[in-house]
Design a protein around this ligand. Structure first.
Ligand code: PLP
Length: 491
């Protein structure tokens, strides 16, 4: 298959997005022409302030945030920080006048939250000497919050942090149900909703909820990095993290990031219009997802999807491939110029996914998770090209006898003559294969490669001459005995 190598296909939009051309233009205009300081009282300053206020108006409209305070921040991490800091400052203040309670108070958060949430809770709990207990709310197999657990603990909580959509899996939390349970147990507790991965992918109406704080990030929705928003209900405490010139009604000092806000405004304008030529609707995105999913199934016969598609946004596909590490799949896709990521982009490269672990998925799925994510600006051409390359990558795997697919013609697998090394960490398995005679010797077959070796032997219709263990395996198990059984007909 001919592959266009001149352009990469970016399928990692949950990590970050490229800036929408219109948004980049708005930022450029705000740097070159409308460059004033929004605090200045002359016309140049007023023009700049107008950009700030028009973006705020559009944010209100898109998010249904009628009576809320909208504070521009450097991103969602800062918005989360501000919400938690404000709440805990308030808690500290009210405790001064209250009798101490005998049971510990709680800081509740979903077990699959972005790290910004538990880290900020821990940080401010310690710095402000609040002394609350951090308690993750478990999730079920689908990644949805355990509502009974929430019901049981909500009355002792000082804050509850939940997310609208998970960044690794795309799972949508049932916020209306969470609200019902939360408010039936505790009408006063502060509720922070991380809405970063939901904007542009599902409708919002913050005014019809009792969410106290919502965090939004610009760079996940085609605005630049370095801009975000905290949306706070009128009744929610707001203590500035940054004090100074009193910008943002005193909630966040420092001269505003006007280019970032201008760009975000342009994106929000596209979203508000509802008829944007740039943004696809949910139905179209779901159709794109289904096509990508079918191509993945054709390319990777051993694929298991970790995203529960019925309760997820259509723009995230999280999967693992039995017998392959995430690094191997990442490298394969990278070679096909498909940019995908392993689990979350935030953790250091290739750790097991704590999100999938919290969902109770088998360890191999958590270790080997891959995430494909796109966004509402994905086009028909993008999906067609991505499917094509995914299937080409799959063919490369089966041609190398690394997978066997019923769907493909296996008549001409690639020639593999000589020594093949399979390596994981310090562990090594060797296979000696002679294309002419089909004879194969397997040396030190360790457990993790059992499936791979079996696939290779079947694909090559190899004649096994010997399976050798050359040393005592102290650090891993040999699958020699198992191979002898399952490959009986090839010996
Ligand atoms: N919350 C979620 C769900 C995210 O995906 C991210 C970024 O990956 C953040 C918060 C942090 O956002 P920012 O990069 O704007 O600080």
């Amino acid at each position: 298959m001919k592959m266009d190598r001149t352009s990469e296909i970016y399928l990692d939009e949950n990590a970050t997005t490229r800036v929408l051309p219109e948004a980049a233009l708005a930022a450029q205009e705000a740097m070159e022409e409308l460059f004033g300081n929004p605090s200045s009282s002359h016309i140049t300053g007023l023009r700049a302030r107008n950009i700030m206020e028009s973006t705020r108006r559009l944010a209100r409209e898109v998010l249904g945030a009628t009576d809320h305070q909208i504070v521009f921040t450097s991103g969602a991490t800062e918005a989360i920080q501000t919400a938690i800091f404000s709440t805990l400052c308030h808690v500290r203040e009210t405790r001064r006048t209250e009798l101490p309670s005998d049971s510990p108070r709680l800081l509740l958060y979903g077990a699959t939250e972005h790290k910004a949430v538990p880290e900020a809770l821990e940080h401010w709990n310690q710095i402000l000497e609040i002394g609350d207990e951090l308690l993750p709310i478990p999730v079920d197999r689908l990644g949805r919050m355990d509502l009974d657990f929430l019901r049981e603990h909500a009355s002792r909580a000082d804050i509850v942090c939940t997310m609208a959509v998970n960044n690794e899996t795309g799972v949508i939390q049932d916020l209306p149900k969470i609200e019902e349970v939360l408010r039936s147990e505790n009408s006063k507790v502060m509720w922070l909703a991380d809405c970063v991965q939901a904007v542009g992918k599902m409708p919002f109406d913050l005014a019809s909820t009792t969410i106290d704080y919502a965090a939004i990030s610009g760079h996940k929705v085609y605005a630049p990095k370095g801009v975000g928003m905290l949306i706070a209900r009128g009744s929610a405490p707001l203590t500035p993290l940054i004090a100074g010139g009193g910008q943002e009604q005193g909630a966040r000092s420092g001269t505003e990031n006007l280019p970032g806000v201008a760009a975000l405004g342009r994106v929000l304008g596209e979203l508000v219009s509802g008829t944007s030529a740039r943004f696809r609707d949910i139905r179209q995105l779901a159709e794109f997802r289904d096509r990508l999913r079918s191509s993945l199934e054709r390319a990777l016969p051993n694929i298991v999807f970790n995203t529960p598609f019925d309760v997820s946004v259509p723009t995230t596909i999280n999967f693992s491939v039995s017998g392959f590490t995430s690094k191997e799949i990442l490298d394969l896709f990278d070679a096909a110029d498909l940019r995908v990521s392993s689990g979350s982009a935030c953790g250091s490269a290739l750790q097991a996914s704590y999100v999938l672990e919290a969902m109770g998925l088998p360890q191999w799925q958590c270790d080997g998770a891959i995430r494909i994510s796109f966004g509402p600006t994905f086009t028909e051409d993008d999906v067609a090209a991505a499917c094509c390359r995914i299937e080409a990558a799959g063919r490369a795997l089966s041609d190398s006898c690394l997978v066997i697919s019923d769907a493909r013609d296996m008549a001409t697998p690639r020639e593999i003559d000589g020594v093949l090394q399979l390596k994981k960490g310090s562990m090594c398995t060797w296979m000696l294969f002679d294309e002419a005679t089909r004879e194969c010797v397997i040396i030190d077959p360790f457990d993790d490669f059992c499936e791979r070796i079996e696939t290779f032997v079947r694909c090559k219709n190899a004649q096994i001459v010997a399976i050798l263990d050359t040393h005592n395996h102290v650090d891993h198990d040999s699958c020699r005995k198992l191979l002898i059984q399952v490959l009986d007909q090839y010996t």
